[in-house]
Design a protein around this ligand. Sequence first.
Ligand code: PMV
Length: 324
Amino acid sequence: MRRVEASAPGKVILFGEHFVVRGYRALATAIGLRARVIVEESRGGSIRFISPNLKLEESISLNLENPIHREFEVYTAILRSLKSRGYTIIPHNVIIDSDIPLSAGLGSSASTSVAYTLAYTTLHDSPLREDELLEVSLEGEKIAHGKPSGIDVNIAVSGGTIVYKRGEKPIRIADVNIPRGYSLLIIDSGIKRSTRDAVEHVLRLSGDYWSIMEYIYRAADAIIDDAIEALRAGDMRRLSTLMNINHGLLSSIGVSRLELDMIVNSLRESGALGAKLTGAGWGGCVIAIIEDNIIDSITSRLLKYKVYRTLINASGARVDYSTL
Ligand code: PMV
């Protein structure tokens, strides 16, 4: 049986989440945690989705008409989009395996959407061009997020580090320079939340108070220019201070919460150079830049949480294995 395995990276938004939804810039980097999707032809007359992590298994008919578990609706939206582009829907199994925690702001749904789209179209012998891969994967993201800015699928496709502005081609920062001796830590608060709800809250608040909020949006956008310089220069202190400022702006639009502020403050008190929430907020993850020599003392204060120490600027979507 023909089989293709593809993967795509998760991401952290270093700067500009939420502000990006209204057309301002954000800066994101791909991380070492990846989603992997295996697509294999099958003889059954249906499509079978298998997620060992979620302990879920369900099938849908080839006409995509019967209801399916919400977790798998992302993939059926992708298949509908492919069908409208002339792809035939063939019986196959989809096995989803991911290192990326769910609903934590690390781009899990975008990464699985991109990996699945890449795997299925490769199995079809007609992989999509990069712009088409983005468009189709975004159909999956819309199921998960409502009105996504598109930043998550863009970074999952390209990898690396990008400046993203809605409706424009992302700018890749090719010369990111992270000096030795520093690490990015991701601390998962374990609080699950809905990106859609947080985005709606911010859109409502910014709509109602735009004459004030405009300054906050513009301040967030101004951070991006400084952050690019700091990333190129390897200036981790400046980058960290910008993260602290960005966290303050996110608090001001109401997407932090006590638990996230406690993690951020505990990190700073124990010597992190900078810390902020990442992604939609209200839960999910905090990121921090720390000097490697204090990693142990910092992580010992965070035993309650899952902590990831991962590379950034990781590679984009790719086919890892195929029997074609
Ligand atoms: O889904 P998350 O937590 O990675 O959030 C995505 C970032 C937002 O700016 C909040 C939403 C978006 O679509 O850009």
